[in-house]
Write a protein that binds this ligand. Sequence first.
Ligand code: DAH
Length: 339
Amino acid sequence: MLAKIEQLLQEIDGLTAHSAEELEALRIKYLSKKGAINDLMTDFRNVPADQKKAVGMKLNELKNKAQERIATLKEAFENQDNGAAELDLTRTAYPIELGTRHPLSIVRNEIINIFSRLGFTIADGPEVEDDWHVFSSMNFPEDHPARDMQDTFFIESHPDILLRTHTSSVQSRVMEVSQPPIRVICPGRVYRNEAISYRAHCFFHQVEGLYVDKNVSFTDLKQVLLQFAQEMFGPETKIRLRPSYFPFTEPSAEMDISCDICGGEGCPFCKYTGWVEILGCGMVDPAVLEANGIDSKIYTGYAFGMGVERITNLKYKVKDLRMFSENDTRFLKEFESAN
Ligand code: DAH
């Protein structure tokens, strides 16, 4: 009998269970009424009186050990179960929702990439500007309508301080601290006092370009803009320059690209002209070079400025400008694959 008890003690030491069912089977095998230990208890009656004490102690040890062992295994299971209940195993392995790049950032980055490859570097300037950098240094006459309260947000207590109405102010910021060759693009936000509607907002984004060096000509401007248009809108894109007026360029032009919806045939989008306007440009007026400390007898330059919203509309056909600033994630998610 002692040998049998010894054997069971060893067995119990090595018990393991991989499921609740296995554990229950062990409990039945050792501890139930018909289990091995109870069988031994029954046999105990037949143990000779002089051995009863020793065998009885061993038998008790076996019983305690079996109970302990099975309780330990059970505890381990219950802990495991609790852990599983806290973990939602159906959850995706990628629980962090990644945001998407804003369409205006996508297009701005694309513009920056194209001009970077053409040798332009990025320049920056403040959105809260002074009259000099936004208007005076850019050759705006004193009575130019853009200076009017209706177009420009002025700071009431400081009439000289305003929210820049265009990124052309960065041209001045760059020229006042550097000498040619200058070849920069200036992306940034601008502000105008407009009633907000689907086609106008009180703030929007522009990218300005400025190139000043010896012998810079209108041909250089045209070539760079053609390159830009074809990289941005596809190799079949044509450009057209129409004479225009800006205080800071002479001559000035507005650039159209062939409508990429109808390919120039004429459609409602291009108002049946086959062309859509995308930017303003021209040769930097010598008065602007001089006002910003650059010798206009030695240097010439070209400049251009485009609206990022406008280009985004052309590329992605967003009909309502307000979508860009409402942060509706259903709209923003549509650009998930764009970049
Ligand atoms: N500043 C102009 C605007 O806001 C855009 C522009 C036109 C910029 C011609 C230029 C340029 O540099 O040469 O409408």
